[in-house]
Design a protein around this ligand. Structure first.
Ligand SMILES: NC(=O)c1ccc[n+]([C@@H]2O[C@H](COP(=O)([O-])OP(=O)(O)OC[C@H]3O[C@@H](n4cnc5c(N)ncnc54)[C@H](O)[C@@H]3O)[C@@H](O)[C@H]2O)c1
Ligand SMILES: [Zn+2]
Length: 367
């Protein structure tokens, strides 16, 4: 087992990464301060992994309740968030309750937001079960839900007490979800860790084959990068944390434009990163060979590299206009000055942006 620490003063917390963590009571119980626990999961993950956690909790003599949400990004909304509050209130749980999120980023974001709101804030623990949630969403304290007019627009910062990334659970993950997680892994290489990008280029087939040691290393290096960024800019007050949004402004437009649940978040981010690379090339920062390198790695990770044909440049722009990074109506984008070096800028030319949005099948193919 490996341990990392997210350094946030009194809100610091550990991330544990390793095989079969869920079978070990010592990994979970020390992070529960009171006697009440609500386990939140979804209809896919609960049947696979909830029983062993509930047993650990009950064997420890805790008062335990659980709630199972429907599975899907389309249920990351007010109505389904309320199911968590219903369960908390039905069990008459107090401010001393600990919420445990068992699932992917959807369950993690919703549980964290419920923890931020319930009685104005209670403890929560992240047990991420997708690669994406293990390398990204479970770390950093961003929580929330979607609104029909914008993704993740309603939320709060709420840091977990601990994160348990058990690599064994990734064996049951559908391949498409594995690829989606790899998009966020590749992201860390592109924004700030060129040696990691090269490591990923060396090991992509092994990662796709779910080699446990390679997965653990990819998770560790991803969480290390995320933890450093979050420690430098917990509340996204300067542009450090915003770098984590590489590909996300384009990606959110794809997700919103196609309807939540049609493209996976990671898939949209993968294509979005290629669009960001393409625009960075048009701005003269990346070489055509750099963009082709990004494209090749995304393809090897099983990710789509074509934006949806049904989404026009105007629709893209309309969805991109609601992005949280925008200031005073100016579109701000995370782009690449070089591979491994991202920055936030509002200087990209509108003509170049439109060219990227209209490039379609030609994205990353000019080398
Ligand atoms: N808070 C943040 O900082 C942050 C960062 C990135 C993404 N996100 C959010 O995370 C969400 C995406 O997360 P995700 O990709 O984990 O999606 P997800 O939570 O929808 O999980 C993907 C699918 O895998 C299933 N699943 C989960 N674990 C499994 C397992 N071990 N075996 C088999 N099936 C399993 C889920 O039930 C679901 O069907 C989005 O809502 C996104 O906005 C948040
Ligand atoms: Zn993301």
């Amino acid at each position: 087992m490996q341990t990392l620490e997210v350094q946030l003063g009194e809100r610091s917390y550990p991330i544990f990464i390793g095989e079969s963590l869920l079978a070990q009571p010592d990994c979970l119980l020390p992070w529960i301060r009171g006697r009440q626990v609500l386990l939140v999961s979804n209809a896919t993950v609960a049947p696979l992994y909830a029983a062993q956690i509930l047993k650990i909790l009950r064997d420890a003599g805790l008062a335990v309740a659980d709630v199972t949400l429907p599975d899907g990004e389309q249920f990351k909304d007010w109505q389904h968030l309320n199911l968590i509050f219903d369960a908390l209130l039905a069990a008459r749980f107090s401010r001393k309750v600990t919420l445990i999120a068992l699932g992917g980023g959807v369950v993690g974001d919703m549980t964290g937001f419920a923890a931020a709101c319930y009685q104005r804030g209670v403890d929560f623990i992240q047990i991420p079960t997708t690669l994406l949630s293990q390398v990204d969403s479970s770390v950093g304290g961003k929580t929330g839900i979607n609104h029909p007019l914008g993704k993740n627009m309603i939320g709060a910062f709420q840091q977990p007490r601990a994160v348990l990334a058990d690599t064994s659970v990734l064996r049951s993950l559908p391949e498409r979800e594995l690829s989606a997680g790899l998009a966020e892994v590749i992201k860390y290489g592109l924004i700030r860790d060129l040696p990691f990008l090269a490591w990923l280029e060396e090991h992509m087939e092994g990662l796709m084959a779910r080699d446990p040691a390679l997965l653990a290393e990819a998770i560790r290096r991803s969480c290390q990068n995320k933890a450093e960024v979050v420690a430098a800019d917990e509340l996204e007050q300067n542009d450090v944390r915003a770098l984590l949004n590489l590909g996300h402004t384009f990606g959110h437009a794809i997700e919103t434009g196609m309807g939540y649940g049609s493209w996976l978040h990671g898939e949209a981010v993968g294509t979005g990163m290629l669009m960001a690379a393409d625009l960075s090339w048009r701005e003269g920062w990346l070489s055509a060979a750099d963009v082709a390198r990004v494209r090749a790695l995304l393809v090897r990770a099983g990710l789509p590299v074509l934006p949806p044909a049904g989404l026009s440049a105007d629709e893209f722009l309309r969805h991109m206009a609601v992005d949280k990074k925008n200031v005073d109506g100016r579109l701000r984008l995370v782009l690449l000055r070089s591979l491994g070096d991202a920055w936030v800028t509002d200087t990209a030319s509108p003509q170049h942006l439109r060219a990227t949005l209209e490039a379609g099948a030609a994205l990353g193919m000019m080398a």
